[in-house]
Each structure stands twice: as C-alpha cells, then as structure tokens.
Design a protein around this ligand. Structure first.
Ligand code: PLP
Length: 373
C-alpha cells in the first residue's frame, strides 16, 4: 500500500482525540448557554471552561476571549470593529486580513520575511488620523515570526492600535497576549487540532470594539448569535492539549531541520525562504529551480505526500505567492516553491519518505534543466 504522509498542518491540522471526545460529549447534551435552567447552566459551564482553556493557551484573561466562526471572522472583527479608518497591514498578511483592509496601506517586509520596522515608523509618522496596525505573529507560508514587541512599541508611539493574526503561531509558540501589549489577537481552532469553523478574537480590556453582528448580545455584546457549543467545546479541548504539548514541537523542528539539510545537500538551485529569520518550528518554504510549485505538489501527492504550493489555495486555485513576492520582488523561485508544514503526527518514517520523494523531484528537475540547457 502506498505511504500516506500528511505534511500540510498549516492548511489544517488533524483533529486531536481530546477535541473529538469533547465534541462527542457536547453533541450528546441539550441546552442553550443563555438559558437559566439546569441544562443551560451545564452548557454555559462548558463554554466558560473552553474560554479559560483558550485564554491559557494565548496568555490572556478569559474575559478577553470573544468566540467567532474562525480566524477570518476574528481578523475582520478586529479590523472593522476597532473603528479606525486608517489601516496599515503588512504586505504578507493572510487574505483574511488583506481583504478586510482592501484600501489600507501595506507595510513592506525585508528579504528575510520580517516586517520593515523603519518603514512602519515612517508610514505612521506621515500623520493623518490614528491608525490600526495589523502584523501577523507568524506567516502561514514561510513560518517567519514577526517582531511583535517592536511593532507594538512603534505603534504606541503614534497612538495606533495593534492587531496580530496569531492563527499559525498559536500552539506552536508560547503566546503571552497580556504581556505583548497587543490590543487584538486572532486565533483559529482547526490549526491547533480543533474543528474548523470556530476561532476567537482576543480583545484587550479597554480596547474599542464595535460589534459587527448584533442580536442577542452573546459574548458580552461583542459578537451576537447562539454560541457554537460543539465547536467551542472542541476548541477548548484542543487548546488545552496544545498548551500541554508545546514541547513536542522541538521534535518536529528537528525533523524539519533535517529535511532542509538533506534538501540543501542535494545540489544547487534549492532555496529556503525565510531561513535566516526566526521561524515556526514546523514550516519549510522551499523551491527547486525550474520546477513549478504546482508540479511538485502533484508529484508529491502521487507519492502519497500532502503539501501545499504557494499560498494556501482556497477553491483549489494556486496563485503566485504574494508573500514571496513581497520578500523578493520578482524572484523567479517564487513560482517554484512549496510549503512543507509538519506536525505532531509526523515521525522518522514520514521524514524518510518525504526526503526520498523530494530528492526524486530534485533529480527530475536537474535532468530537465540539463536537457534544455
Ligand atoms: N490567518 C492565517 C495566518 C491563516 O493561515 C488562516 C488559515 O489558513 C486564517 C487566518 C484563516 O483562518 P480560518 O480558516 O479559521 O478562517
């Protein structure tokens, strides 16, 4: 039987058993968390336990947590709900943020994938009304971790509010929302081993938030609608499991590093984006000269290995990566990159299969290059 290796954790992670168990438990019960009777109180307790677990994962107070339908809604709620008309977002943000700041300024990044702090300072100094700045904690394509503390310091000097999309960082890095100085932070359950369709926006106490969805006043009036009890239960359990296993990423990081060492040793024409910067422990954005990323993804899929090309392709389309273009404008390698993103289910066997299949690809690309030279 053909090997199956899942190496696309940044797209979505497998449901953790703890999360599946919590979902099953919630499914077996009835009760609206807003009802005053005993059934409702049990449901409310379940929501609040999950809120505390999510808060622990992100280093925030439970009252900061507003449950949403996922990372996309969380980012939109922050960017629209902060009430600032002037938006400055990094050029490498996920589409969730870019789309919510369509007319906003784009903060450039340097070749290593880290946001250009001087440029941010300059853009904020241009004056105008107070801004909202959005810089992701870690990038979904390259794994590059952003200097959030410095971003906050600069933004504060100019009276700006700051949001960070921590959808990819959560669970893989220790987060401390309270100490970060951030006003808003976005999370998504399905990247940490919870179900899809549930996430959260953390809102610092005192930070403005104009609700984007009015109704029954749930989530302290910040996001109306009967709570997604099943999703929230699964999110809470995944958050607890993730918080208790941050150390496991060291093992994953060692696998990722060995994959990259093997790849770089194959020969010329290999490039790893963002390798000079601090990165998530699981992500490798790697290109092979002369071979489109899409071709690599298909070939690896035929070998039983799941990875992504360029930016995570919603609706199955693969477009040129705006992230790599922002890092190295016009670089031909940008179209030849794939994203390998490992996780807790991967082990030595997977690494061996991945290295072998990737080497086959590399040899094919080298042979093609020689034939057309
Ligand atoms: N932000 C980042 C960095 C992501 O990687 C994703 C998902 O790919 C999102 C936001 C969107 O999250 P969700 O799928 O929960 O809407």
């Amino acid at each position: 039987m053909k090997a199956k290796v899942y190496a696309d954790f940044n797209a979505t992670a497998p449901l953790r058993p703890e999360s599946a168990a919590a979902i099953a438990e919630a499914l077996a019960e009835v009760g609206n968390p807003s009802s005053v009777h005993a059934f409702g109180r049990v449901a409310r307790a379940r929501v609040e336990r999950a809120r505390a677990a999510v808060a622990r994962l992100a280093g925030s107070a439970p009252r900061d947590v507003v449950f949403t339908s996922g990372g996309t809604e969380a980012a939109a709620l922050a960017l629209k709900g902060a009430g600032r008309r002037r938006l400055l977002v990094s050029a490498i943000e996920h589409d969730a943020v870019l789309a919510a700041a369509r007319d906003g300024g784009r903060i450039p990044v340097r070749a290593d994938g880290r946001v250009d702090l001087e440029a941010l300072d300059g853009m904020l100094a241009e004056g105008g009304e107070p801004a909202l700045v959005s810089v992701m904690w870690a990038n979904n394509e390259t794994g590059v971790v952003q200097p959030i503390r410095e971003v906050v310091t600069i933004a504060r000097r100019h009276g700006a509010l700051v949001h960070s999309d921590a959808v990819q960082a959560a669970g893989k890095l220790a987060l401390d929302f309270a100490a970060s100085g951030l006003d808003y932070l976005s999370l998504s359950a399905h990247k940490i081993g919870g179900p899809t369709g549930i996430g959260a926006l953390l809102v610092r106490e005192g930070a403005p938030l104009i609700p984007q969805q009015a109704g029954g006043g749930q989530e302290q009036g910040r996001r109306s609608g009967t709570e997604n009890l099943i999703g929230i239960a699964g999110f809470g359990a995944a958050a607890s499991a993730a918080a208790d296993s941050v150390e496991d990423w060291r093992r994953v990081e060692a696998l990722r590093d060995r994959f990259e060492d093997e790849a770089l040793a194959a020969g010329p024409g290999v490039r790893i984006f963002g390798r000079e910067a601090p990165r998530l422990p699981n992500t490798s954005c790697i290109s092979i000269a002369g071979m489109p990323g899409e071709t690599q993804v298909i070939a690896l899929d035929l070998a039983g290995i799941a990875v992504s090309a360029g930016s995570a392709c919603s609706s199955g389309r693969v477009k040129r990566s705006h992230v790599l273009d922002a890092m190295v404008p016009g670089a031909p390698e940008a179209g030849n990159a794939i994203r390998v993103s490992l996780g807790w289910t991967n082990g030595e066997d997977d690494l061996a299969i991945l290295v072998r299949a990737w080497r086959d690809l590399y040899n094919r690309a080298s042979a093609n290059m020689k034939a057309t030279a």
